[in-house]
Design a protein around this ligand. Structure first.
Ligand SMILES: N[C@@H](CCC(=O)N[C@@H](CS)C(=O)NCC(=O)O)C(=O)O
Length: 328
């Protein structure tokens, strides 16, 4: 684990504040692919949506990268946007491109490390080297490395080629989706990291308390409706899904998020299986990469790197969410 400082790789741990709280650094590459290629508001670089021009660098272990793979699959963009999958082990060189055990290697340039992709885009770059990365093969640069923005682009910019009938951020639901994201992101998506990477008891307990309070709130909401905003799956559901699917196999043990498992929540566990069983989604979930990455790479938390053999999980088992189906 580390970061680039003026284009040079340095092996460094995650940031924490003086109270031992995990601090997530803001993503720095924030341009947008648009249908007409015009720069997004407040930006100067423009990128036009074109088939075959863009590439995603992802980790199958990473919940943020996972969002982009789900959108790529559901919006039927597999033939339009290519992908390289990094190796699940993230050690002193950060993410690497060994083409083994489900990783593809760097299918564009044959590089060894993801930090070389960042340095290719900007030889003087200073910052963390994270997945996902949305790469422009034409200008050989990073368009964007913030998953919440990449999924919005995949949702609409490529509709000429993808499934234009699916909209996970419909205008009528935007305010509701934004409100749910504002709870789910800090308390759940980032909350598990805040618990797991805390280096002081109080910081851990703060994150732990917020996390389970938010899960309880969502559990209650899902007792009344099939999805977070009602009867349609939206971006808010996919953003929650990538954390839920990692929760019992990893976050309960590795990040000490052990007040309850998702399996102990009747609504959340059925909802998780419902989303997992949406055609195209299970193919984006790789539990081997997920478990091997977290337990194997975070040696400050798990010094032996031993990957637990359990728990038994069956996300393909039947769920009860059809009970919300409206009468015809
Ligand atoms: N805000 C970013 C976060 C991405 C992120 O933190 N990815 C992790 C993997 S789960 C990573 O690459 N970490 C490497 C590091 O921080 O050095 C996003 O949502 O895209």
């Amino acid at each position: 684990m580390g970061l680039l400082i003026e284009g040079k790789w340095q092996d460094r741990p995650h940031n924490t504040d003086s109270g031992g709280r995990f601090i997530r650094t803001e993503s720095q590459w924030r341009d947008w692919i648009t249908r007409d290629g015009a720069p997004a508001e407040g930006r100067t670089r423009g990128f036009k949506a074109e088939p075959g021009r863009y590439h995603l660098y992802v980790s199958l272990a990473c919940p943020w990268a996972h969002r982009t793979l789900i959108f790529r699959a559901l919006k039927k963009l597999e033939g339009i946007i290519s992908v390289s999958v990094v190796h699940h082990f993230m050690g002193e060189n950060g993410w690497t491109f060994k083409a083994e055990d489900g990783a593809t290697g760097d299918t564009l340039y044959g590089l060894d490390f993801l930090h070389q992709v960042y340095a290719k885009a900007d030889p003087g770059y200073s910052g963390r080297v994270t997945v996902p990365v949305l790469w422009d093969k034409e200008q050989e640069t990073i368009v964007n490395n913030e998953s919440s923005e990449i999924i919005r682009m995949l949702n609409s910019a490529f509709d000429q080629w993808g499934d234009a009938g699916l909209d996970f951020y419909p205008a009528a639901l935007r305010a509701q989706i934004d409100k749910i994201n504002a709870l789910v992101y800090p308390a759940i998506n980032n909350g598990v990291y805040r618990a797991g990477f805390a280096t002081a008891q109080k910081a851990y307990e703060e994150a732990f308390g917020e996390l389970f309070l938010a899960l309880d709130t969502i559990e209650e909401r899902l007792s009344k409706q099939r999805y977070l905003t009602g009867e349609h799956i939206t971006e808010a559901d996919w953003r929650l899904f990538t954390t839920l699917v990692r929760f019992d196999p990893v976050y309960v043990g590795h990040f000490k998020c052990n007040l309850r498992r998702i399996a102990d929540y009747p609504n959340l566990s059925n909802y998780l299986r419902d989303l997992y069983q949406v055609p195209g989604v299970s193919g984006t979930v790789n539990l081997h990469h997920i478990k091997a990455h977290y337990y194997g790479s975070h040696r400050s938390i798990n010094p032996t790197g031993i990957v637990p053999a359990g728990p038994e999980l069956d996300y393909a088992a039947p769920h009860d969410r059809g009970r919300f189906r409206k009468a015809a």
